[in-house]
Design a protein around this ligand. Structure first.
Ligand SMILES: Cc1cc2nc3c(=O)[nH]c(=O)nc-3n(C[C@H](O)[C@H](O)[C@H](O)COP(=O)(O)OP(=O)(O)OC[C@H]3O[C@@H](n4cnc5c(N)ncnc54)[C@H](O)[C@@H]3O)c2cc1C
Length: 546
Protein backbone atom coordinates (compact mmCIF):
# COMPACT_ATOMS: atom_id res chain seq x y z
CA UNK A 1 0.00 0.00 0.00
CA UNK A 2 1.31 3.46 -0.96
CA UNK A 3 0.98 4.80 2.56
CA UNK A 4 3.76 2.45 3.68
CA UNK A 5 6.25 3.45 1.01
CA UNK A 6 9.08 5.81 1.83
CA UNK A 7 10.45 6.73 -1.55
CA UNK A 8 9.58 8.75 -4.60
CA UNK A 9 6.74 7.23 -6.63
CA UNK A 10 6.45 7.58 -10.39
CA UNK A 11 3.74 7.41 -13.02
CA UNK A 12 2.34 3.97 -13.63
CA UNK A 13 1.78 2.99 -10.01
CA UNK A 14 -1.71 1.57 -9.51
CA UNK A 15 -4.60 3.96 -8.97
CA UNK A 16 -5.52 3.69 -5.31
CA UNK A 17 -7.12 5.54 -2.48
CA UNK A 18 -4.67 6.14 0.31
CA UNK A 19 -4.78 8.03 3.56
CA UNK A 20 -2.04 10.21 5.02
CA UNK A 21 -1.91 12.91 7.66
CA UNK A 22 -1.25 15.66 5.12
CA UNK A 23 -1.06 16.02 1.40
CA UNK A 24 1.07 18.75 -0.14
CA UNK A 25 0.06 19.81 -3.66
CA UNK A 26 3.18 20.83 -5.61
CA UNK A 27 6.88 20.25 -4.97
CA UNK A 28 8.23 23.77 -5.40
CA UNK A 29 10.57 24.96 -2.66
CA UNK A 30 7.60 26.02 -0.54
CA UNK A 31 5.86 22.66 -0.93
CA UNK A 32 9.06 20.79 -0.04
CA UNK A 33 9.77 23.02 2.96
CA UNK A 34 6.20 22.47 4.18
CA UNK A 35 6.61 18.71 3.78
CA UNK A 36 9.89 18.84 5.72
CA UNK A 37 8.28 20.74 8.60
CA UNK A 38 5.44 18.22 8.77
CA UNK A 39 7.62 15.11 8.66
CA UNK A 40 9.75 16.67 11.40
CA UNK A 41 6.58 16.83 13.50
CA UNK A 42 6.01 13.12 12.85
CA UNK A 43 3.23 13.52 10.30
CA UNK A 44 2.71 11.04 7.49
CA UNK A 45 3.07 13.27 4.39
CA UNK A 46 2.58 12.80 0.65
CA UNK A 47 3.72 15.43 -1.86
CA UNK A 48 1.97 15.33 -5.25
CA UNK A 49 3.76 17.02 -8.15
CA UNK A 50 2.16 17.54 -11.57
CA UNK A 51 5.44 17.59 -13.51
CA UNK A 52 7.78 14.66 -14.15
CA UNK A 53 10.41 16.18 -11.91
CA UNK A 54 10.33 17.85 -8.54
CA UNK A 55 11.44 21.36 -7.61
CA UNK A 56 8.97 23.76 -9.22
CA UNK A 57 10.96 26.84 -10.28
CA UNK A 58 14.12 25.34 -8.76
CA UNK A 59 15.29 22.96 -11.46
CA UNK A 60 18.30 22.54 -13.71
CA UNK A 61 18.88 20.54 -16.87
CA UNK A 62 21.16 20.21 -19.89
CA UNK A 63 19.24 22.14 -22.57
CA UNK A 64 21.82 24.24 -24.46
CA UNK A 65 24.69 21.84 -25.25
CA UNK A 66 26.14 18.61 -23.83
CA UNK A 67 28.09 19.24 -20.65
CA UNK A 68 26.39 22.58 -19.91
CA UNK A 69 23.98 22.70 -16.98
CA UNK A 70 21.25 25.37 -17.12
CA UNK A 71 19.13 26.64 -14.26
CA UNK A 72 15.73 26.62 -15.94
CA UNK A 73 14.15 29.23 -13.63
CA UNK A 74 15.67 30.58 -10.40
CA UNK A 75 19.45 30.59 -10.09
CA UNK A 76 20.75 32.79 -7.24
CA UNK A 77 19.66 32.25 -3.68
CA UNK A 78 20.42 35.10 -1.26
CA UNK A 79 16.96 34.68 0.27
CA UNK A 80 17.50 30.95 0.84
CA UNK A 81 20.94 31.52 2.33
CA UNK A 82 19.58 34.14 4.73
CA UNK A 83 16.24 32.50 5.48
CA UNK A 84 16.12 31.12 9.03
CA UNK A 85 13.66 28.54 7.70
CA UNK A 86 16.04 27.04 5.13
CA UNK A 87 19.09 27.42 7.39
CA UNK A 88 17.40 25.33 10.08
CA UNK A 89 16.86 22.44 7.67
CA UNK A 90 20.64 21.67 7.62
CA UNK A 91 20.53 20.91 3.92
CA UNK A 92 24.32 20.54 3.83
CA UNK A 93 23.67 17.15 5.40
CA UNK A 94 21.48 16.28 2.42
CA UNK A 95 23.93 17.07 -0.37
CA UNK A 96 23.65 20.86 -0.69
CA UNK A 97 26.83 22.93 -1.01
CA UNK A 98 26.56 26.69 -1.59
CA UNK A 99 29.17 28.28 -3.85
CA UNK A 100 29.68 31.94 -4.72
CA UNK A 101 31.11 34.02 -7.56
CA UNK A 102 34.06 36.30 -6.76
CA UNK A 103 31.55 39.22 -6.75
CA UNK A 104 27.79 38.86 -6.26
CA UNK A 105 26.67 41.56 -8.70
CA UNK A 106 27.57 44.16 -11.33
CA UNK A 107 25.55 46.59 -13.43
CA UNK A 108 27.23 47.39 -16.74
CA UNK A 109 26.64 50.60 -18.67
CA UNK A 110 26.99 51.23 -22.40
CA UNK A 111 29.90 53.61 -21.73
CA UNK A 112 32.00 50.72 -20.35
CA UNK A 113 31.62 51.59 -16.66
CA UNK A 114 30.27 49.10 -14.14
CA UNK A 115 28.80 49.48 -10.67
CA UNK A 116 30.16 46.47 -8.80
CA UNK A 117 28.87 45.00 -5.57
CA UNK A 118 31.90 43.05 -4.34
CA UNK A 119 32.12 40.42 -1.62
CA UNK A 120 34.12 42.87 0.52
CA UNK A 121 32.07 45.99 1.43
CA UNK A 122 35.25 48.10 1.23
CA UNK A 123 35.65 47.13 -2.45
CA UNK A 124 32.02 48.01 -3.15
CA UNK A 125 32.59 51.37 -1.46
CA UNK A 126 35.72 52.02 -3.55
CA UNK A 127 33.77 51.31 -6.73
CA UNK A 128 30.91 53.63 -5.74
CA UNK A 129 33.38 56.39 -4.95
CA UNK A 130 34.39 56.33 -8.62
CA UNK A 131 30.82 57.46 -9.42
CA UNK A 132 30.81 60.17 -6.74
CA UNK A 133 33.27 60.61 -3.88
CA UNK A 134 31.50 59.98 -0.58
CA UNK A 135 29.08 57.41 -1.97
CA UNK A 136 31.36 54.66 -0.67
CA UNK A 137 30.98 55.87 2.91
CA UNK A 138 27.20 56.23 2.41
CA UNK A 139 27.11 52.58 1.31
CA UNK A 140 29.09 51.44 4.34
CA UNK A 141 26.72 53.39 6.62
CA UNK A 142 23.71 51.75 4.98
CA UNK A 143 25.30 48.32 5.38
CA UNK A 144 26.16 48.92 9.05
CA UNK A 145 22.53 49.86 9.71
CA UNK A 146 21.42 46.67 7.97
CA UNK A 147 23.71 44.55 10.12
CA UNK A 148 22.21 46.07 13.26
CA UNK A 149 18.65 45.06 12.38
CA UNK A 150 19.19 42.06 10.09
CA UNK A 151 18.21 39.22 12.41
CA UNK A 152 14.92 40.58 13.78
CA UNK A 153 14.06 41.96 10.34
CA UNK A 154 14.51 38.58 8.64
CA UNK A 155 12.52 36.95 11.44
CA UNK A 156 9.74 39.49 10.91
CA UNK A 157 9.77 38.87 7.17
CA UNK A 158 9.82 35.11 7.27
CA UNK A 159 7.46 34.30 10.15
CA UNK A 160 3.65 34.14 10.01
CA UNK A 161 1.78 37.43 10.00
CA UNK A 162 1.54 39.36 12.30
CA UNK A 163 5.20 38.94 13.36
CA UNK A 164 4.67 40.26 16.88
CA UNK A 165 7.82 38.86 18.56
CA UNK A 166 10.16 39.95 15.78
CA UNK A 167 8.50 43.38 15.54
CA UNK A 168 9.01 43.95 19.27
CA UNK A 169 12.64 42.95 18.96
CA UNK A 170 13.06 45.40 16.05
CA UNK A 171 11.41 48.15 18.09
CA UNK A 172 13.80 47.49 20.98
CA UNK A 173 16.79 47.81 18.66
CA UNK A 174 15.61 50.77 16.64
CA UNK A 175 13.62 52.75 19.22
CA UNK A 176 10.71 54.83 18.00
CA UNK A 177 12.58 57.14 15.62
CA UNK A 178 14.49 54.28 13.97
CA UNK A 179 11.28 52.28 13.59
CA UNK A 180 9.65 55.23 11.81
CA UNK A 181 12.66 55.41 9.47
CA UNK A 182 12.28 51.70 8.72
CA UNK A 183 8.55 52.15 8.11
CA UNK A 184 9.35 54.97 5.67
CA UNK A 185 11.94 52.77 3.94
CA UNK A 186 9.24 50.13 3.51
CA UNK A 187 7.19 52.48 1.33
CA UNK A 188 9.95 54.52 -0.32
CA UNK A 189 10.33 54.34 -4.12
CA UNK A 190 13.80 53.03 -4.99
CA UNK A 191 14.67 56.17 -6.99
CA UNK A 192 14.06 58.28 -3.88
CA UNK A 193 16.10 55.86 -1.78
CA UNK A 194 19.04 56.27 -4.16
CA UNK A 195 18.63 60.07 -4.47
CA UNK A 196 18.35 60.60 -0.73
CA UNK A 197 21.48 58.58 0.10
CA UNK A 198 23.88 58.85 -2.86
CA UNK A 199 25.12 61.48 -5.31
CA UNK A 200 26.47 59.32 -8.14
CA UNK A 201 24.79 56.81 -10.45
CA UNK A 202 26.46 53.65 -9.15
CA UNK A 203 24.46 52.90 -6.01
CA UNK A 204 21.21 53.78 -7.79
CA UNK A 205 22.03 51.20 -10.46
CA UNK A 206 22.63 48.49 -7.84
CA UNK A 207 19.55 49.36 -5.78
CA UNK A 208 17.19 49.80 -8.71
CA UNK A 209 18.39 46.71 -10.57
CA UNK A 210 17.67 44.66 -7.48
CA UNK A 211 14.29 46.31 -6.98
CA UNK A 212 13.46 45.20 -10.50
CA UNK A 213 13.78 41.55 -9.44
CA UNK A 214 10.24 42.32 -8.25
CA UNK A 215 7.60 43.90 -10.50
CA UNK A 216 7.30 47.14 -8.51
CA UNK A 217 8.23 50.13 -10.73
CA UNK A 218 11.24 52.19 -9.56
CA UNK A 219 9.19 55.28 -8.78
CA UNK A 220 6.40 53.37 -7.02
CA UNK A 221 6.04 53.04 -3.25
CA UNK A 222 7.55 49.82 -1.97
CA UNK A 223 10.26 49.36 -4.63
CA UNK A 224 12.96 50.77 -2.34
CA UNK A 225 12.73 48.05 0.24
CA UNK A 226 13.18 45.31 -2.40
CA UNK A 227 16.28 46.98 -3.83
CA UNK A 228 17.67 47.63 -0.37
CA UNK A 229 16.96 44.11 0.95
CA UNK A 230 18.55 42.31 -2.01
CA UNK A 231 21.57 44.67 -2.08
CA UNK A 232 22.15 44.27 1.64
CA UNK A 233 21.81 40.48 1.37
CA UNK A 234 24.22 40.50 -1.58
CA UNK A 235 26.71 42.41 0.57
CA UNK A 236 26.08 40.15 3.55
CA UNK A 237 25.60 36.55 2.36
CA UNK A 238 26.35 37.02 -1.35
CA UNK A 239 24.27 35.58 -4.18
CA UNK A 240 25.07 31.88 -3.63
CA UNK A 241 24.16 29.00 -5.92
CA UNK A 242 23.94 25.27 -5.24
CA UNK A 243 27.04 23.50 -6.48
CA UNK A 244 26.07 21.45 -9.54
CA UNK A 245 22.88 23.32 -10.46
CA UNK A 246 19.77 24.79 -8.87
CA UNK A 247 18.15 21.34 -8.94
CA UNK A 248 20.54 20.29 -6.17
CA UNK A 249 18.65 22.55 -3.76
CA UNK A 250 15.36 20.85 -4.60
CA UNK A 251 17.03 17.43 -4.38
CA UNK A 252 18.38 18.22 -0.91
CA UNK A 253 14.88 19.22 0.21
CA UNK A 254 13.46 16.07 -1.39
CA UNK A 255 16.07 13.83 0.21
CA UNK A 256 15.28 15.31 3.62
CA UNK A 257 11.54 14.67 3.17
CA UNK A 258 12.15 11.07 2.17
CA UNK A 259 14.62 10.41 4.98
CA UNK A 260 12.01 11.83 7.35
CA UNK A 261 9.52 9.21 6.15
CA UNK A 262 7.58 11.35 3.67
CA UNK A 263 6.66 10.37 0.13
CA UNK A 264 6.80 12.29 -3.14
CA UNK A 265 4.84 11.35 -6.23
CA UNK A 266 5.67 13.00 -9.58
CA UNK A 267 3.44 13.11 -12.71
CA UNK A 268 0.55 13.44 -10.24
CA UNK A 269 -1.54 16.47 -11.07
CA UNK A 270 -4.13 17.34 -8.47
CA UNK A 271 -7.43 18.29 -10.08
CA UNK A 272 -9.57 19.00 -7.03
CA UNK A 273 -9.57 19.36 -3.28
CA UNK A 274 -12.05 16.99 -1.62
CA UNK A 275 -14.43 18.62 0.84
CA UNK A 276 -16.62 17.01 3.49
CA UNK A 277 -18.76 19.03 5.86
CA UNK A 278 -17.08 22.20 4.55
CA UNK A 279 -13.62 20.89 5.50
CA UNK A 280 -10.73 19.87 3.20
CA UNK A 281 -10.28 16.11 3.59
CA UNK A 282 -8.06 15.18 0.65
CA UNK A 283 -7.47 15.56 -3.06
CA UNK A 284 -8.31 13.92 -6.36
CA UNK A 285 -5.61 13.42 -9.01
CA UNK A 286 -5.90 13.56 -12.78
CA UNK A 287 -5.69 9.75 -13.00
CA UNK A 288 -8.73 9.46 -10.72
CA UNK A 289 -6.86 8.36 -7.62
CA UNK A 290 -7.83 9.84 -4.28
CA UNK A 291 -5.65 10.81 -1.37
CA UNK A 292 -7.40 11.29 1.95
CA UNK A 293 -5.79 13.72 4.38
CA UNK A 294 -6.59 13.27 8.05
CA UNK A 295 -5.10 16.57 9.17
CA UNK A 296 -4.50 18.99 6.35
CA UNK A 297 -4.15 19.83 2.66
CA UNK A 298 -1.33 22.27 1.88
CA UNK A 299 -1.37 23.87 -1.56
CA UNK A 300 1.87 25.02 -3.20
CA UNK A 301 -0.12 26.32 -6.17
CA UNK A 302 -1.22 29.82 -7.13
CA UNK A 303 -4.12 31.31 -5.21
CA UNK A 304 -6.36 31.64 -8.30
CA UNK A 305 -5.69 28.02 -9.22
CA UNK A 306 -6.37 26.78 -5.68
CA UNK A 307 -9.64 28.64 -5.27
CA UNK A 308 -10.99 28.53 -8.81
CA UNK A 309 -9.76 25.18 -10.14
CA UNK A 310 -9.14 22.95 -7.15
CA UNK A 311 -11.78 24.09 -4.64
CA UNK A 312 -14.35 25.75 -6.90
CA UNK A 313 -15.74 29.22 -6.25
CA UNK A 314 -19.16 27.70 -5.49
CA UNK A 315 -17.62 26.33 -2.28
CA UNK A 316 -16.19 29.66 -1.18
CA UNK A 317 -17.63 32.96 0.05
CA UNK A 318 -18.91 34.98 -2.94
CA UNK A 319 -16.73 37.92 -1.95
CA UNK A 320 -13.54 35.86 -2.37
CA UNK A 321 -14.46 35.11 -5.99
CA UNK A 322 -15.01 38.82 -6.57
CA UNK A 323 -11.66 39.67 -4.98
CA UNK A 324 -9.90 37.12 -7.17
CA UNK A 325 -11.10 39.11 -10.20
CA UNK A 326 -8.65 41.77 -8.98
CA UNK A 327 -5.76 39.37 -8.34
CA UNK A 328 -2.77 40.85 -10.18
CA UNK A 329 -0.09 38.66 -11.73
CA UNK A 330 3.47 39.93 -11.84
CA UNK A 331 5.11 40.50 -15.23
CA UNK A 332 5.69 37.70 -17.72
CA UNK A 333 9.27 36.65 -18.38
CA UNK A 334 11.36 35.71 -21.40
CA UNK A 335 14.51 33.71 -20.66
CA UNK A 336 17.44 32.92 -22.95
CA UNK A 337 20.03 30.28 -22.06
CA UNK A 338 23.43 30.00 -23.75
CA UNK A 339 26.32 27.59 -23.92
CA UNK A 340 29.46 29.67 -24.63
CA UNK A 341 32.86 28.33 -25.62
CA UNK A 342 34.74 30.96 -23.59
CA UNK A 343 34.18 33.47 -20.79
CA UNK A 344 32.23 36.60 -21.70
CA UNK A 345 34.46 39.32 -23.22
CA UNK A 346 33.00 42.20 -21.16
CA UNK A 347 34.29 45.68 -21.95
CA UNK A 348 33.69 46.56 -18.31
CA UNK A 349 36.38 44.68 -16.37
CA UNK A 350 34.24 44.82 -13.21
CA UNK A 351 31.67 42.46 -14.73
CA UNK A 352 34.14 39.61 -15.27
CA UNK A 353 33.93 38.11 -11.79
CA UNK A 354 30.28 38.91 -11.07
CA UNK A 355 27.78 36.05 -10.79
CA UNK A 356 24.81 38.25 -11.65
CA UNK A 357 25.15 41.06 -14.18
CA UNK A 358 22.42 43.63 -14.87
CA UNK A 359 22.40 45.48 -18.18
CA UNK A 360 20.33 47.23 -20.84
CA UNK A 361 19.40 50.48 -19.07
CA UNK A 362 20.78 53.28 -16.92
CA UNK A 363 18.95 54.84 -13.95
CA UNK A 364 16.47 56.75 -16.15
CA UNK A 365 16.18 53.77 -18.48
CA UNK A 366 14.71 51.72 -15.62
CA UNK A 367 11.76 54.12 -15.52
CA UNK A 368 11.24 53.95 -19.30
CA UNK A 369 11.41 50.15 -19.17
CA UNK A 370 8.92 49.99 -16.28
CA UNK A 371 6.60 52.38 -18.14
CA UNK A 372 6.74 50.10 -21.19
CA UNK A 373 5.72 47.15 -19.02
CA UNK A 374 2.89 49.14 -17.43
CA UNK A 375 1.34 50.28 -20.70
CA UNK A 376 1.82 46.97 -22.55
CA UNK A 377 4.58 48.12 -24.93
CA UNK A 378 7.43 45.72 -25.74
CA UNK A 379 10.56 47.54 -24.45
CA UNK A 380 13.00 48.61 -27.18
CA UNK A 381 15.70 48.81 -24.50
CA UNK A 382 14.97 45.85 -22.20
CA UNK A 383 16.51 45.62 -18.76
CA UNK A 384 18.00 42.14 -18.36
CA UNK A 385 19.35 40.05 -15.52
CA UNK A 386 22.23 37.85 -16.59
CA UNK A 387 23.77 34.84 -14.86
CA UNK A 388 27.42 33.84 -15.38
CA UNK A 389 26.94 30.41 -13.93
CA UNK A 390 30.36 28.85 -14.60
CA UNK A 391 32.05 31.95 -13.17
CA UNK A 392 29.95 31.31 -10.07
CA UNK A 393 30.23 27.52 -9.99
CA UNK A 394 32.94 25.93 -12.18
CA UNK A 395 31.03 22.62 -12.25
CA UNK A 396 28.35 24.06 -14.56
CA UNK A 397 30.28 23.63 -17.84
CA UNK A 398 33.70 22.48 -19.11
CA UNK A 399 36.76 24.47 -17.96
CA UNK A 400 37.29 27.65 -19.97
CA UNK A 401 33.63 27.86 -21.09
CA UNK A 402 30.57 29.60 -19.65
CA UNK A 403 26.99 28.51 -19.06
CA UNK A 404 24.92 31.69 -19.07
CA UNK A 405 21.35 32.93 -19.16
CA UNK A 406 19.50 36.22 -19.30
CA UNK A 407 15.93 36.99 -18.48
CA UNK A 408 13.87 40.07 -19.02
CA UNK A 409 10.34 40.92 -18.03
CA UNK A 410 7.84 41.68 -20.76
CA UNK A 411 4.36 43.22 -20.69
CA UNK A 412 1.13 41.34 -20.27
CA UNK A 413 -1.08 40.99 -23.33
CA UNK A 414 1.58 40.32 -26.00
CA UNK A 415 0.86 37.62 -28.56
CA UNK A 416 4.10 35.63 -28.36
CA UNK A 417 4.48 34.26 -31.88
CA UNK A 418 7.73 32.38 -32.58
CA UNK A 419 9.00 35.38 -34.57
CA UNK A 420 8.28 37.80 -31.75
CA UNK A 421 10.03 35.53 -29.22
CA UNK A 422 13.11 35.28 -31.45
CA UNK A 423 13.11 39.02 -32.17
CA UNK A 424 12.94 40.01 -28.51
CA UNK A 425 15.58 37.43 -27.52
CA UNK A 426 17.79 38.88 -30.25
CA UNK A 427 17.25 42.38 -28.84
CA UNK A 428 18.64 41.19 -25.49
CA UNK A 429 21.53 39.40 -27.21
CA UNK A 430 22.37 42.48 -29.34
CA UNK A 431 22.53 44.56 -26.20
CA UNK A 432 24.99 42.00 -24.77
CA UNK A 433 27.05 42.14 -27.94
CA UNK A 434 27.51 45.91 -27.49
CA UNK A 435 28.69 45.37 -23.91
CA UNK A 436 30.83 42.33 -24.71
CA UNK A 437 31.91 42.44 -28.37
CA UNK A 438 32.44 38.90 -29.64
CA UNK A 439 29.73 37.42 -27.41
CA UNK A 440 27.75 36.06 -30.38
CA UNK A 441 30.81 34.29 -31.80
CA UNK A 442 31.21 32.31 -28.58
CA UNK A 443 27.73 30.76 -28.70
CA UNK A 444 27.71 26.97 -29.16
CA UNK A 445 24.12 26.42 -28.06
CA UNK A 446 21.04 28.53 -27.33
CA UNK A 447 17.68 27.68 -25.79
CA UNK A 448 14.80 30.10 -25.26
CA UNK A 449 11.95 29.91 -22.75
CA UNK A 450 8.97 32.05 -23.78
CA UNK A 451 6.32 33.04 -21.22
CA UNK A 452 4.18 30.14 -22.49
CA UNK A 453 7.11 27.70 -22.16
CA UNK A 454 7.59 28.75 -18.55
CA UNK A 455 3.93 28.14 -17.75
CA UNK A 456 3.95 24.78 -19.59
CA UNK A 457 6.79 23.59 -17.35
CA UNK A 458 5.14 24.83 -14.13
CA UNK A 459 1.45 25.71 -13.99
CA UNK A 460 2.18 28.19 -11.22
CA UNK A 461 4.19 30.46 -13.56
CA UNK A 462 0.97 31.80 -15.08
CA UNK A 463 1.78 33.74 -18.26
CA UNK A 464 5.47 33.52 -17.31
CA UNK A 465 5.02 35.34 -13.98
CA UNK A 466 7.85 34.53 -11.57
CA UNK A 467 6.52 35.49 -8.14
CA UNK A 468 3.02 34.06 -7.67
CA UNK A 469 1.39 37.50 -8.03
CA UNK A 470 2.51 41.11 -7.94
CA UNK A 471 4.79 42.28 -5.14
CA UNK A 472 3.02 45.67 -5.21
CA UNK A 473 2.00 47.01 -1.81
CA UNK A 474 -1.68 46.55 -2.68
CA UNK A 475 -1.13 42.76 -2.78
CA UNK A 476 1.20 42.33 0.19
CA UNK A 477 0.73 41.42 3.87
CA UNK A 478 -3.02 41.31 4.65
CA UNK A 479 -3.77 41.94 0.97
CA UNK A 480 -1.90 38.78 -0.14
CA UNK A 481 -3.28 36.97 -2.07
CA UNK A 482 -6.58 38.81 -1.57
CA UNK A 483 -7.80 40.95 1.31
CA UNK A 484 -7.74 38.66 4.33
CA UNK A 485 -5.65 37.73 7.30
CA UNK A 486 -2.22 37.63 5.60
CA UNK A 487 -1.95 34.11 6.94
CA UNK A 488 -1.84 30.69 5.25
CA UNK A 489 -5.21 29.58 6.60
CA UNK A 490 -8.00 29.75 4.01
CA UNK A 491 -11.77 30.06 4.48
CA UNK A 492 -11.88 26.23 4.19
CA UNK A 493 -10.82 24.56 7.45
CA UNK A 494 -7.98 22.09 6.89
CA UNK A 495 -6.80 23.85 3.70
CA UNK A 496 -3.66 26.00 3.71
CA UNK A 497 -2.06 28.16 1.02
CA UNK A 498 1.63 27.23 1.01
CA UNK A 499 2.93 28.93 -2.15
CA UNK A 500 4.51 32.24 -3.10
CA UNK A 501 0.97 33.55 -3.64
CA UNK A 502 0.86 33.77 0.17
CA UNK A 503 2.74 36.19 2.45
CA UNK A 504 5.72 36.90 2.22
CA UNK A 505 5.58 36.17 -1.50
CA UNK A 506 8.04 35.26 -4.26
CA UNK A 507 11.63 34.12 -4.00
CA UNK A 508 13.20 30.96 -2.68
CA UNK A 509 13.10 31.39 1.09
CA UNK A 510 10.64 28.65 2.03
CA UNK A 511 8.70 30.89 4.40
CA UNK A 512 5.33 30.45 2.67
CA UNK A 513 5.61 26.67 3.00
CA UNK A 514 6.94 26.86 6.54
CA UNK A 515 4.13 29.18 7.66
CA UNK A 516 1.52 26.91 6.10
CA UNK A 517 2.98 23.88 7.88
CA UNK A 518 2.99 25.75 11.21
CA UNK A 519 -0.65 26.72 10.66
CA UNK A 520 -1.58 23.10 9.85
CA UNK A 521 0.25 21.81 12.92
CA UNK A 522 -1.33 24.48 15.10
CA UNK A 523 -4.84 23.80 13.88
CA UNK A 524 -4.61 20.13 14.80
CA UNK A 525 -2.61 20.50 18.03
CA UNK A 526 -3.79 21.01 21.60
CA UNK A 527 -5.13 24.49 20.87
CA UNK A 528 -6.42 23.41 17.47
CA UNK A 529 -10.13 23.78 18.20
CA UNK A 530 -9.64 27.33 19.47
CA UNK A 531 -7.44 28.26 16.50
CA UNK A 532 -9.96 26.85 14.05
CA UNK A 533 -12.77 28.80 15.70
CA UNK A 534 -10.74 32.04 15.65
CA UNK A 535 -9.86 31.49 12.02
CA UNK A 536 -13.46 30.86 11.02
CA UNK A 537 -14.60 33.94 12.93
CA UNK A 538 -11.94 36.07 11.22
CA UNK A 539 -12.93 34.82 7.77
CA UNK A 540 -16.63 35.21 8.52
CA UNK A 541 -16.03 38.88 9.35
CA UNK A 542 -13.78 39.49 6.35
CA UNK A 543 -15.78 37.50 3.83
CA UNK A 544 -19.42 37.36 4.92
CA UNK A 545 -21.24 34.69 2.93
CA UNK A 546 -23.78 37.27 1.74
C1 LIG B 1 12.61 32.55 -14.48
C2 LIG B 1 12.58 32.68 -12.97
C3 LIG B 1 13.71 33.15 -12.30
C4 LIG B 1 13.69 33.28 -10.90
N1 LIG B 1 14.85 33.65 -10.26
C5 LIG B 1 14.90 33.58 -8.91
C6 LIG B 1 16.15 33.67 -8.23
O1 LIG B 1 17.21 33.76 -8.87
N2 LIG B 1 16.13 33.62 -6.87
C7 LIG B 1 14.98 33.45 -6.14
O2 LIG B 1 15.02 33.43 -4.90
N3 LIG B 1 13.78 33.32 -6.78
C8 LIG B 1 13.72 33.36 -8.13
N4 LIG B 1 12.53 33.13 -8.78
C9 LIG B 1 11.29 33.00 -7.99
C10 LIG B 1 11.19 31.65 -7.31
O3 LIG B 1 11.66 30.63 -8.14
C11 LIG B 1 9.74 31.38 -6.92
O4 LIG B 1 9.23 32.47 -6.17
C12 LIG B 1 9.65 30.09 -6.08
O5 LIG B 1 10.06 28.98 -6.84
C13 LIG B 1 8.24 29.90 -5.58
O6 LIG B 1 8.17 28.65 -4.95
P1 LIG B 1 6.79 27.87 -4.77
O7 LIG B 1 7.11 26.63 -4.06
O8 LIG B 1 5.80 28.80 -4.20
O9 LIG B 1 6.27 27.57 -6.27
P2 LIG B 1 6.94 26.88 -7.52
O10 LIG B 1 8.41 26.83 -7.40
O11 LIG B 1 6.38 27.58 -8.71
O12 LIG B 1 6.39 25.39 -7.46
C14 LIG B 1 5.02 25.08 -7.62
C15 LIG B 1 4.94 23.60 -7.95
O13 LIG B 1 3.58 23.18 -7.89
C16 LIG B 1 3.33 22.31 -8.98
N5 LIG B 1 1.89 22.32 -9.24
C17 LIG B 1 1.14 23.38 -9.65
N6 LIG B 1 -0.15 23.01 -9.76
C18 LIG B 1 -0.21 21.70 -9.41
C19 LIG B 1 -1.27 20.75 -9.31
N7 LIG B 1 -2.54 21.08 -9.61
N8 LIG B 1 -0.98 19.49 -8.90
C20 LIG B 1 0.30 19.13 -8.58
N9 LIG B 1 1.34 20.00 -8.66
C21 LIG B 1 1.09 21.26 -9.06
C22 LIG B 1 4.16 22.88 -10.10
O14 LIG B 1 4.39 21.95 -11.13
C23 LIG B 1 5.43 23.27 -9.35
O15 LIG B 1 6.33 22.18 -9.29
C24 LIG B 1 12.52 32.97 -10.17
C25 LIG B 1 11.40 32.47 -10.85
C26 LIG B 1 11.43 32.30 -12.22
C27 LIG B 1 10.23 31.73 -12.91
Amino acid sequence: MLGALHSRQTQGDPVTTITVDAVVIGSGPNGLVAANALVDAGWDVLVLEAQDSIGGAVRSAEVTAPGYSTDLFSAFYPLAAASPVIKNLDLDQHGLTWVRAPAPLAHVLDDGRAAVLSADPADTAANLDTFAPGDGQAWLTMFAEWQRIRDPLLDALFTPFPPIKAALSLLRRLKTAGTMDLARLAVLPVRRLADENFRGAGAGLLLTGNAMHSDVPPDAAGSGVFGWLLCMLAQDVGFPVPQGGSGKLAQALESRVIKGGGQIRTAAQVTSVLLAGGRAVGVRCADGSLVRARRGVLADVSAPSLYRDLVGLQNLPTRLGAQLENFQWDHPTLKINWALNRPIPWRAAGAKGAGTVHFGVDNDGFVDYAADLSVGRLPKAPFALFGQMTTTDPSRSPAGTESAWAYTHVPHGIDWTDDRVTEHAQRVQDSLERLAPGFADSIVGRHIQSPADLEASNAKLVGGATNGGTAGLHQQLIFRPTTGTGRPETPIPGLFLASASAHPGGGVHGACGWNAALAALGSSGGTGALRRRLNQTAWARLLPRR
